[in-house]
Design a protein. Structure first.
Length: 311
């Protein structure tokens, strides 16, 4: 919220924060998980982008194709939504996934992986791998597939790559990560240094979500649950976007540093003044810029539109 003399100006980021807080204010200790999921979907459902939405079963996983006009049929982005492995869906992230599809000119397959606490780790990861195999079974080459995701979905981007690598499977072309949740132990310094700046996510909440996903005896440093602790050697190029106001900022900063040390081609973008997964809020100008940058990354590595580029 900007203060200019006697006038208080409500910024687009303030508006986005209020959208999230309005949902949280409606929840109590007695609110069911089903109600939380319904509220989240209702708050973010809808799509203002001119893409075609096609329901699909991706190897038995409920999903949706988001297809912009003129998109090549032999390329795809596999999208994993965020929500702490507890909430979120194809519906809540339809607008964000559609904006990525529209900006990149590439089809996006968004999936409803299983959520906790009904389905704990590694159920979501298994579903991510099933969806990837589905794309390959449809005749797509791994080199023509990108993974993308936000928050917990960014975790799945990395975990699915690591699991595929360890099983000797071919890896996708790239991974695009928005505010990825890479450290379920919440050990980053930003959990303290950004505690006042972050209006939404605090360490206690993050740890509660981690326990919900892992179970009371789960290991938050399991590399497939917390990719920050994994050997990242051999992963494809990564683009990591994160807001500077986030308590989970260091999940991205530390991941990028470890990836670089492991020889991975990684680009880290820290967006000043931005909140967790700010790309979800089209009213924020930086969200549109970030998606445009992400789209360039996808087009370059998937070789989309190069045939139309000036010679």
């Amino acid at each position: 919220m900007a203060n200019t003399g006697d006038d208080i100006v409500i910024t687009p980021v303030d508006h986005a924060i209020e959208r999230v807080r309005a949902i949280y204010r409606g929840w109590t200790r007695d609110t069911s998980v089903a109600q939380m999921r319904s509220d989240w979907d209702a708050a973010f459902a809808g799509c203002s982008v001119p893409v075609r939405c096609e329901p699909v079963s991706a190897g038995g996983i409920d999903g949706e194709w988001l297809v912009p006009p003129g998109a090549p049929c032999d390329k795809a982005v596999l999208y994993f939504h965020g929500g702490g492995f507890r909430i979120g869906s194809v519906a809540s992230h339809r607008e964000l996934a559609a904006r990525i599809a529209d900006a990149s000119g590439c089809r996006v397959l968004s999936i409803n992986y299983r959520l906790a606490p009904e389905h704990r780790f590694p159920a979501a990861l298994d579903d991510a791998l099933t969806a990837y195999q589905h794309l390959c079974d449809q005749g797509l080459r791994p080199a023509d597939i990108a993974f993308a995701g936000d928050s917990a979905g960014g975790n799945l981007v990395l975990a699915a790559m690591l699991a595929a690598r360890d099983r000797g499977l071919p890896l996708p072309a790239v991974g695009a990560l928005m505010s990825p949740w890479t450290d379920l132990a919440a050990s980053g310094a930003s959990y303290e240094s950004r505690a006042e700046a972050d209006p939404i996510h605090q360490r206690a909440m993050i740890l509660a979500l981690a326990k919900n996903y892992l179970g009371k005896d789960g290991d938050p440093r399991n590399p497939l649950a917390s990719p920050l602790y994994a050997d990242l050697t051999g992963l494809p190029p990564l683009l990591v976007q994160v807001g500077d106001r986030e308590t989970v900022r260091d999940d991205s900063v530390n991941l990028a540093a470890r990836a670089k040390t492991a020889g991975v081609d990684v680009e880290l973008q820290v967006w000043n003044g931005m909140i967790h997964v700010f790309q979800m809020f089209p009213e924020i100008p930086q969200a549109r810029k970030a998606i445009a940058s992400l789209a360039v990354f996808l087009r370059n590595h998937l070789h989309i539109g190069h045939e139309r580029a000036p010679q």
